[in-house]
Design a protein. Structure first.
Length: 139
């Protein structure tokens, strides 16, 4: 047994790699997947550039700008379950704990707990409904 310990300690890196390879072959889910890099997306709409490198900030600013001129019905029609009209408690506990929630200017709340592509779809739906152009630039 002492011989085995000596061999392992003298070849620690090789031994570690062998154990990792073994675990990966038996359980591919045990390998931590690298996260995809964040999508940086700017866009222009309403005569304004939304150019933060944090897309949630662009999304939030756009929704607040829209909510200055349009009521809650627009949001109900375009972003579905990501919008609640009266009570923030209507969101699930998971949504409330993981996301920022926007308080719109003319009432209602929007959850930001969604992917960048989902937020882009929301923006497109709003723009389509209002017949305003939106131009996205992803990096």
């Amino acid at each position: 047994m002492e011989n085995i310990r000596k061999i392992i300690s003298e070849n620690q890196e090789e031994f570690n790699q062998m154990v990792i390879n073994f675990i990966e072959s038996k359980n591919p889910k045990a390998v931590k997947q690298k996260k995809k890099p964040k999508t940086i997306c700017h866009f222009s709409a309403l005569g304004k550039e939304y150019d933060s490198d944090i897309f949630t900030n662009n999304y939030t600013d756009f929704l607040k700008d829209i909510s200055n001129i349009h009521g809650v019905e627009l949001f109900k029609q375009t972003i579905g379950t990501f919008f609640v009209k009266d009570n923030i408690r209507e969101f699930t506990d998971n949504t409330k704990s993981k996301s920022s929630i926007i308080n719109l200017n003319q009432g209602g709340y929007v959850s930001c707990y969604s992917s960048t592509s989902q937020k882009m779809e929301h923006i497109n739906e709003i723009a389509k409904k209002l017949k305003i152009p939106v131009v996205f630039q992803t990096k």
